[in-house]
Design a protein around this ligand. Structure first.
Ligand code: KIV
Length: 281
């Protein structure tokens, strides 16, 4: 049975911290599922770590649909959340169309969108239509050209705005909120004032859960390492070493071995040669 948003709320209510990870394809979704991660986010971070863009701004709804479908196919247990990319939820009607595609075409169980009180009417409408919505405040990568990549909410006015944004999203019906690049003490207060879970990334340990980007936490992305990312593996080195060994073995003729090849009866082969044009020349 797939995890749903009620299960996620139960984890929060029981005081169990909630792990979430991004994934962008079938095999990584299988791995996240087998590891028992209850929520997989198909984040528009795929723009950088999978598609090689310099920000999430370039990611289209079709890009997201392609990857969300694969993640849904690869997972059985996890709640799959599809990110709504830049400029795909500028009005309530557009948000319904975009979120509708993510739910209907891909089979995701929820969507995520960036923004605070200003997107609350959109969240409310989607939720009323039966679409679970996760909010995302603090550093919102789709606004990188406006806000840079700074920690958000360090001043009293900025912090107050984030608290009010979180309350507005909860009031609109969001089932959870990502807090990205927010001081730990502020994330703690936001979490304490909400009924729904907060999921932190660069927001300290007092959130209800944490999210990490697949490529960052597995050491698969070498362009840069965000401070908030912890490397639980160094797969770039592992993969490059494997690729070098493969290339060497191909060049030396030691791969493939007999165990990687199909056998054929020698008499059959000789008969084939004589029946073919090669044997008649
Ligand atoms: O796109 C993404 O991966 C995200 C997470 C960083 C929360 O939004």
């Amino acid at each position: 049975m797939r995890t749903n948003i009620l299960d996620i709320q139960k984890l929060k209510d029981r005081g169990e911290r909630i792990p979430m990870v991004t994934a962008y394809d079938y095999t990584s979704a299988q791995m996240a599922d087998r590891a028992g991660i209850p929520m997989i986010l198909v984040g528009d971070s795929l723009g950088m770590v999978v598609l090689g863009y310099d920000s999430t701004v370039h990611v289209t709804l079709d890009d997201m649909i392609h990857h969300i479908k694969a993640v849904v196919r690869g997972s059985r247990q996890a709640l799959v959340i599809g990110d709504l990319p830049f400029l795909t939820y500028t009005t309530v009607d557009q948000a319904i169309q975009s979120a509708g595609r993510i739910m209907q075409e891909c089979g995701a169980q929820a969507v995520k969108l960036e923004g605070g009180a200003e997107v609350a009417p959109i969240v409310r409408r989607l939720v009323n239509l039966g679409i679970p919505v996760m909010g995302h405040i603090g550093f919102t990568p789709q606004s990188v050209h406006q806000i840079g990549t700074r920690v958000q909410g360090k001043t009293s006015s900025g912090a107050a705005r984030l608290i009010d944004d979180a309350l507005a999203l909860e009031e609109a019906g969001a089932f959870g909120i990502v807090l990205e690049l927010v001081p730990g003490a502020l994330a703690r207060e936001i979490t304490a004032h909400l009924r729904i879970p907060t999921i932190g990334i660069g927001a300290g340990v007092h959130c209800s859960g944490q999210v990490q980007v697949w490529h960052d936490m597995l050491g698969l992305y070498s362009d840069f390492k965000p401070r908030h990312a912890k490397r639980y593996a160094s797969l770039v080195e592992t993969v490059e070493a494997a690729l070098q060994m493969y290339a060497t073995e191909v060049r030396e003729g030691t791969f493939p071995g007999a165990e990687h090849s199909a056998r054929m009866d020698e008499a059959e082969l000789q008969a084939a040669l004589s029946q073919s044009k090669a044997g008649q020349a």
